[in-house]
Design a protein around this ligand. Sequence first.
Ligand code: XMP
Length: 511
Amino acid sequence: MQKILILDFGGQYNQLIARRVRECNVYCEVKPWTTPLAELRAFGPVGIIFTGGPQSVYLEDSPRVDPDIFTWGVPILGICYGCQLMAHLLGGKVTPAQDDSAREYGKTLTYYDTSCQLFRNLPAEGVSWMSHGDYMAKVPDGFSLTARSDACPNVAIADEARGFYGVQFHPEVSHTQHGVDMIRSFLYEVCRAKGDWTMGDYKKTAIARLREKIGTGKVLLALSGGVDSSVAAALLAEAVGNRLTCVFVDHGLMRLNEGDEVEKAFSRWDLNLVRVDAEARFLLKLAGVDEPERKRKIIGEEFIRVFEEEAKKIGAVDFLAQGTIYPDVIESGAGEAAVIKSHHNVGGLPDFVDFREIVEPLRMLFKDEVRQLGRELGLPEYLVNRQPFPGPGLAIRIIGDVTKEKADTLRQADFIFREEMARAGEDKKLNQYFAVLTNTLSVGVMGDGRTYDHTLALRAVTTSDFMTADWARIPYELLDKVSTRIVNEVKGINRIVYDITSKPPSTIEWE
Ligand code: XMP
């Protein structure tokens, strides 16, 4: 199998690059910049991508790579920091942008030289996503300028004879028009990739790795009934059969009827399934807590304590498996990336976990890849296509402290929203939609009387990777219907707002 090496310099979007490469049916691995050169060479890549990163190349302790890498005769694509590093190491000059106009952030109109292989057959101009404060004051010998913006003359550089390409923008981010085409062009036209990798290959490799790791041991899987843990269950069931026990913890913060639905869906299969009713203990631990990160950590820890207790009942369970996926990892602050929020199964884990090892077979995949793998494993569409529901559940959709009463109110409102979305057929067009109970109280008037009740926010987004998302333009008539129904049918809510922010700068969940 042909391989692409992604050399990681610590940016937010590094796994997104990997995901784009896989999307082009080419196998790749992300390795840290500290990996010894001999190991990188032994990997045998047909092409290399240098990722972005938060540092400046001219600082003494910034991430580097041995310049020997440029003598291998393997094509290299440098993205953002990776582009600047390539320029810096090959004799160019990178400096802080002199004035704010050369510092670029966000969507930027960019003009491409379409005679360059990277941009061939693409429109000569389009929007690209920039995020850089440094500037290539001098490009290295042998390189030419292949793209510019209004503020910056050297947005992309290339030395086509040697197969070296650099872009200051992020082609891996969906905001860059034709970004995937540029990556595909690098893979297929420059690196001569054949596209010989599929999700079927991923499945085979993942099963073989799980068998090797688990041996004859027993595994407990944290099952929420969501897409990720369901796919992890199917993968593990295939790898270790009935040495797997799936534990579904109902923490009392599930959506309406969800506990029963999950139990019903999974009892159809030949799986060891345990349902634990843990509402009282979760609500007790959360009482009076309103800080989002504290809530997440409390929930993360309580899940583990329940799993440990269940593992003791089964006996001799070495491994705890989780359906962690890549966005959970990166947002929890992996490597040098900032903590955005501690996903309950990553940053929310307690320091001590009483299992020999945590197994996370989906840790490097994005949501849509997990769905593809689910199909590959023969999971039914209704499970594969479920909208995501976060492990901490309604606790992070109730702003402020969590009580059973608030959870019940939100459950009813959320159910109405989902019911109306499904009736209107909007559910098929959107990737996630839900209600949030805010801690804002406001004055209303109902039946000639004054009310002073909660404001409910509706959130609906479209996204493919859940790392970036756009707010959904759902019809006003539908919003109107949902609003009228919720205010009439759910006690304690007298105002409805619709969230019209994208991610970034927002996140999908409110906490
Ligand atoms: P954000 O809010 O970070 O959400 O834009 C991205 C996706 O992740 C889900 N999410 C979680 N899933 N545990 C989970 O299993 C968590 O702690 C968690 N926090 C956010 C969120 O619903 C969205 O799909």
